[in-house]
Design a protein around this ligand. Structure first.
Ligand SMILES: [Zn+2]
Ligand SMILES: [Zn+2]
Length: 406
């Protein structure tokens, strides 16, 4: 169908200027669809290059009697207010506005496209998104973000409401842990799955405190958020200390505030408790989670090792000889959740000193993923070589701390 014929046929439908112009939306630049509609209506011999700025009226006809939009575009300000009201509890910097059109409009549009073709046309949904989105952004002074806006506001005309999809906010930092006996993340009671039972004294938790909870509470309060997820770059054992400044990302769900004072949170947290120390907080993006999870960092550990037999000075040299490549079969203690296989790991250096009869002060620097407790005990021959193997006696890791993370 030639452009002019298509136009003539469309004119029969009595569309408003916006809806008429939207059928030619891909033609011409810098025009609003109602301006295209005015051009389509008034240029007798309509061609593809007719769509240039011709001083159309301020606002063309877009009344309730339009069979496509039913006057939808006359209520733009009302929709804008509706979206702004829904966003009221949220502080945001970026936004994306979407919509769900009433079914009558979707059907009417499909029918027009079936009969007259959709070449050059823009969907009604797209124009409405653009117009409402632009006005809301200007009024609130926020930017559009098509990738990951702070909030995605969907104007649902089917149910006459605004649906908000609030994206999480993420904060990157490092921590040290100075007490034993607390896990890195919240550890729920196995018996009740967190609901609370006799076994957990109705707390729902196996451990009453965790690095995550110590850190997240002040964040949740400052951001007025609902829940948090803690992503650590690896984790130390519950009974291990960490001096290596371990990286983490804290992710807050449904935050109402986004510009929170990170220096204040850090100073406050480091001031009123001494179990965990925070370093260098900054806001970050979702990619950071994968980045710190993938990072394989070599670590330096310090362990207190108890031996079953006696040890003479000469034999601590045996331990230094472990340096080099070791082979570790998946430890018994994690075999239920990890694939059973043999891994090669690098021990960069290892030193031991007998601090009293049968007790060693051991420091070791090893490749990411080395199981240190097993490097000491030998894990029934699964780790080779090991401290126990070299000394020919039982060796048990009683304390393990992370001294440094590369
Ligand atoms: Zn219309
Ligand atoms: Zn329980």
């Amino acid at each position: 169908m030639y452009l002019r014929e298509k136009r003539d046929a469309l004119l029969e439908l009595d569309l408003c200027d916006r809806c008429l112009g939207r059928q030619f939306a891909m033609l011409g630049h810098g025009l609003e669809n109602y301006e295209r509609g005015f051009i389509a209506r008034t240029v007798e011999n309509l061609k593809e290059d007719s769509f240039v700025d011709r001083d159309p009226p301020e606002m063309a006809h877009s009344g309730e009697d339009c069979p496509l939009c039913n006057g939808l575009f006359e209520h733009l300000d009302q929709y804008v207010d509706q979206v702004i009201q829904a966003l009221e509890p949220y502080e945001l910097r970026t936004l994306l506005v979407g919509n769900r059109l009433p079914q009558e409009i979707e059907q009417a549009e499909e029918e027009i496209w079936e009969n007259f073709g959709e070449k050059h046309a823009e969907p009604t949904k797209t124009e409405l998104n653009r117009l409402v989105g632009r006005k809301v952004q200007t009024k609130l002074g926020v930017e559009a973000d098509f990738e990951r806006p702070d909030v995605n506001a969907i104007l649902d005309m089917k149910d006459d409401r605004v649906e908000l999809q609030v994206n999480s906010s993420l904060y990157y930092g490092k921590y040290n842990k100075y007490v034993r006996g607390i896990p890195q993340t919240v550890w729920y009671c196995k018996e009740c799955g967190g609901r609370g039972c006799e076994k957990c004294d109705y707390t729902g938790k196996k451990y009453q405190e965790s690095v995550q909870e110590i850190i997240q509470n002040d964040f949740l309060e400052a951001a007025d958020g609902e829940e948090a997820t803690f992503h650590g770059a690896g984790r130390e054992d519950i009974d291990a200390l960490c001096f290596g400044r371990r990286e983490f990302v804290l992710e807050l769900e449904n935050p109402r505030k986004r510009s929170i004072d990170l220096d204040r949170i850090r100073e406050k947290l480091n001031g009123y408790q001494s179990s965990v120390e925070l370093f260098g907080l900054e806001e970050t993006s979702k990619d950071k989670v994968a980045e710190i999870k993938e990072k394989k960092a070599d670590k330096t550990y310090r362990a207190a090792v108890r031996l079953a037999g006696d040890l003479t000075e000469a034999r601590t040299d045996e331990i230094s000889g472990i340096q080099g490549t070791i082979r570790q079969r998946t430890p018994k203690r994690v075999a239920h959740r990890r694939a059973d296989r043999v891994r090669e790991r690098e021990v960069y250096w290892i030193n031991a000193e007998e601090i009293c009869r049968g007790v060693l002060d051991l420091t070791v620097k090893a490749e990411a993923g080395t199981y240190i407790k097993e490097l000491i005990s030998g894990d029934g021959g699964r780790t080779e070589p090991s401290v126990a193997g070299r000394l020919g006696c039982e060796a048990i890791c009683e304390k393990l701390d992370v001294l440094d993370i590369d």
